[in-house]
Design a protein around this ligand. Structure first.
Ligand SMILES: Nc1ncnc2c1ncn2[C@@H]1O[C@H](COP(=O)(O)OP(=O)(O)O)[C@@H](O)[C@H]1O
Ligand SMILES: CC(=O)OP(=O)(O)O
Ligand SMILES: [Mg+2]
Length: 404
């Protein structure tokens, strides 16, 4: 199946629990191949690799525990270059590798060629995005060693949120902390919020648009988007605040941290582990994976049922807040692993939002086929859209723009 291609851009999207990749022959939107390594670091890891030839797709799945992202990436590279499902003859066939990098601080507002200095900046931000930047950095190093002739390009999750106004990005602490330590809201999942909101704007065919984009993956965030620009978002200084997530707590009163430090002798590292890795769905319900939680709920598990309630409640609360921030809503978007696939979660979120003009059509809420779908009733004032995110295509598109 091996074939030679020219302007190939390989995109690596390392999330907190998964590694996704797609290879594009730009400017074509359809990928040459795509894949996903899931449940990295937890039981039941697997890699699914799919090759697209004309209108057919051919997939293989490899199972076996994958302990970390660099191991996952090495397996991916073997799939790309060896065996029946290989799509490139040699690593030199890749012109550029686009890397999703989660935290770019205030410095990066667009795609950036990775130099030693850029790597230094990514490293400096490790402590602010501990589940992501170290993994993103590792993937850059593995890619540099493998694709020695390719340009390595970073596309930052924070870039889309650089339009957030001061009243939303500043915390109510003395300015000195902003000036000296750059403490402010940065916001994350920007590539995803940008991509899905652009699809929604096309769908609405409306010049002035007020959109709430809800990204529910392992990490979760919600963004208020006015006329295509992010004006507020639930994640802040790091990808920890806001919604409840797979293993992250989302919003938590900082007094809880002070209390645990003072009375239980927790170290900084233990506290970071608690709110980043032991909380969210995992901490409340017993698994970080929504599919497991759903199974547990079906088996009558009360903790898993509570986890779902908390998760949906927090999203509803933010929709209310962002309706106020935007002074109205034209559309809400559900995207990413949970947002796209979990119709029960969409139902739980949309229930009791009719005062905002959000009316879900239960029949349309099912049978999602991986394409943009409108799931509101005909009378609903607000469109409810399920839109598959495609961070990889967005990254390839931005890399292509930078190179050409
Ligand atoms: N069919 C499904 N029903 C419910 N949840 C799902 C389904 N498919 C995937 N998910 C959930 O999506 C989440 C992962 O989303 P994803 O966007 O891939 O995460 P990330 O990119 O942050 O690693 C997991 O919690 C997983 O359980
Ligand atoms: C920023 C973030 O939380 O990313 P992910 O959802 O991929 O973990
Ligand atoms: Mg993700």
């Amino acid at each position: 199946m091996s074939r030679h291609l020219d302007m190939n851009i390989l995109v690596i999207n390392s999330g907190s629990s998964s590694l996704k990749y797609q290879l594009f022959k730009m400017p074509e939107k359809n990928p040459v191949c795509s894949g996903l390594a899931e449940r990295i670091g937890i039981e039941g890891s697997f890699i699914k690799h799919t090759v697209y030839i004309r209108n057919e797709k051919y997939s293989i799945e490899e199972t076996g525990f994958i302990s970390n992202h660099s191991e996952a990436l090495k397996q991916v590279l073997a799939l790309l270059t060896q065996g029946d499902y290989a799509v490139i003859a040699s690593p030199d066939d890749i012109a550029a590798v686009g890397h999703r990098v989660v935290h770019g601080g205030e410095r990066f507002s667009g795609p950036t060629i990775i130099t030693d200095e850029v790597k230094h900046q990514i490293k400096r931000l490790f402590s602010l995005a501990p589940l992501h930047n170290p993994v993103n950095y590792k993937c850059i190093e593995v890619a540099e060693q493998t694709f020695v002739r390719a340009k390595q390009i970073a596309v930052f999750d924070t870039a889309f949120h650089q339009t957030i106004p001061e009243q939303a990005y500043r915390y109510a602490i003395p300015e000195w902390y902003y000036k000296e330590y750059s403490i402010r809201v940065y916001g994350f999942h920007g590539t995803s919020h940008k991509y899905v909101s652009e699809q929604a704007i096309n769908w609405l065919d409306k010049k002035d648009s007020k959109i709430i984009s809800i990204h529910l993956g392992n990490g979760c965030s919600i963004t208020a988007i006015k006329n295509g620009r992010s004006i507020d978002t639930s994640m802040g200084f790091g990808p920890l605040s806001g919604l409840m997530m797979g293993t992250r707590s989302g919003d938590i009163d900082p007094s809880v941290i002070f209390h645990l430090m003072e009375h239980s002798g927790y170290t900084l590292e233990q506290l970071s582990t608690l709110v980043n890795k032991q909380s969210g769905l995992l901490g409340v319900g017993g698994s970080s994976d929504m599919r497991d939680i759903r199974k547990m709920v079906n088996e009558g598990d009360a903790a898993a049922a509570l986890a779902i309630k908390l998760y949906a409640y927090r999203i509803r609360k933010f929709i209310g807040a962002y309706a106020a921030v935007l002074n109205g809503i034209d559309a809400i978007i559900f995207t990413a692993g949970v947002g796209e696939n979990d119709s029960n979660m969409r139902e739980a979120v949309c229930s009791e939002l009719s005062y905002l003009g959000i009316e879900l059509d239960l029949a349309r809420n099912t049978g999602y086929k991986g394409e943009l779908k409108e799931i509101n009733t005909a009378d609903s004032k607000v469109k409810i859209l399920v839109i598959p995110t495609n961070e990889e295509y967005e990254i390839a598109h931005q890399c292509f723009g930078l190179l050409t």
